[in-house]
Design a protein around this ligand. Structure first.
Ligand code: FES
Length: 144
């Protein structure tokens, strides 16, 4: 027969051991990101729209903007304004555009995307997300 007191103590030990394991796991990812230089951005879905003045965007240049906990790239061309999320589609780190290689690079797990945002190396399987852009007479409203 199981002694209820022994079961209670054993159950508490199991609970504590599991709790320590969960706590260690929770601390490991942010610590790794801090040490590795990975920059895990916030959830893009909770960010509000970003408004930029179109005239302030240089023509045919990628402009990196931080807004509401997310990083986006905005590009103005003769054809209009486009925007792309710079959150890696693997685990949400911020990617960086490497001009001389013409790729986006994710420092967290060595992920790479081509100039169109399609995955070309490493763990990412999905393209960087294109964001909707609504143009007014002077402004571009991105995402939201
Ligand atoms: S988060 Fe970008 S490759 Fe893993």
């Amino acid at each position: 027969m199981i002694d209820p007191m022994e079961f209670k103590v054993a159950g508490r030990r199991v609970f504590l051991a599991r709790g320590c394991g969960v706590l260690a796991a929770c601390l490991t990812v942010p610590l790794w990101n801090l040490l590795s230089g990975c920059d895990v951005a916030q959830d893009e879905e909770t960010a509000g729209p970003l408004t930029v003045t179109v005239a302030e965007l240089p023509l045919d240049r990628r402009v990196r903007l931080e807004h509401d906990g997310r990083t986006v790239e905005v590009t103005r061309t003769a054809g209009g304004v486009t925007a792309r999320s710079l959150l890696c589609t693997h685990q949400g780190c911020n990617v960086r555009w490497i001009e001389n290689e013409q790729i986006y690079f994710c420092p967290c797990h060595d992920g790479r995307f081509n100039a169109q945002g399609q995955p070309i190396y490493g763990p990412p399987r999905e393209s960087l997300r294109e964001l909707p852009v609504t143009l007014t007479s002077t402004q571009a409203v991105i995402g939201g």
